[in-house]
Design a protein around this ligand. Structure first.
Ligand code: ADP
Ligand code: ZN
Length: 206
């Protein structure tokens, strides 16, 4: 069963929600934020690389009318600066894009008694560990790894398939692409394709 293990009076705590794109990380983060609001906690939500698609999604409301919006951030320092002294729950989405300093920040927030909830992709389009996620998984008290559905075969998906002009992106393309030319699909390990890593695809021109 996912989440909400946080016991009252236990002090600080780090939870990580990880998995591929479309696995429901943001949905789960929002569910936890909503329940924290119901519990009348003071909550702040941050999101790295805020993008237009999510503009409406991040108005999290509780039934008693309190609302929380995600604050867009580019760095762990910006989170630290934006933090209010009385905040009890800190939720951070798209944590894979943040610099390594997010690990020390999450640790110090938990040490100061806060509940820290981080959501992020644990692997990049190559299927390799993404940014600070391995360290965050290691220092967290609780980790949930979610899966999407493989769009090719219907099995649980654990990989992000990057496509450029409809074809699998090469292994040597950048981890974070600027410009939005690419698209992504959720795929399982056996349907996931990364040309140039697979020897037989060395000739592929993308
Ligand atoms: P994440 O934050 O992990 O990218 P979201 O919470 O934004 O995920 O989106 C999860 C939603 O995406 C699911 O509830 C489902 O409606 C939708 N979805 C689209 N494609 C898929 C897929 N291949 N597998 C599972 N869910 C998918
Ligand atoms: Zn598959």
């Amino acid at each position: 069963m996912i989440g909400d293990m946080y016991p009252p009076g236990a002090g600080g705590w780090i939870e990580v929600i990880c998995g591929v794109m479309f696995s429901g990380k943001s949905e789960e983060l929002i569910r936890r934020v909503r329940r924290a609001l119901i519990a009348r906690k003071r909550v702040q939500v941050f999101k790295s690389h805020l993008d237009e698609r999510y503009a409406g999604l991040y108005h999290v409301s509780s039934h008693d009318g309190r609302t929380v919006e995600a604050e867009p951030v580019d760095s762990p320092e910006q989170i630290a600066r934006g933090l209010r002294g009385d905040t009890q729950v800190v939720a951070i989405d798209e944590a894979q894009f943040l610099q390594p300093g997010i690990v020390a920040l999450a640790t110090s927030l938990a040490s100061s008694g806060r509940r820290v909830i981080l959501a992020g992709a644990d692997t990049d389009f190559r299927g390799e560990p993404f940014g600070p996620m391995p360290q965050l998984l290691a220092v967290a008290e609780q980790v949930d790894k979610l899966h999407a559905i493989c769009v090719l075969c219907g099995n649980p998906a654990s990989r992000n398939q990057r496509l450029i002009a409809g074809r699998p992106a090469r292994y040597d393309s950048p981890t974070i692409m600027v410009g939005g030319e690419e698209s992504y699909e959720a795929r399982c390990r056996s349907c996931h394709s990364v040309p140039l890593k697979d020897e037989d695809q060395g000739m592929l021109i993308v």
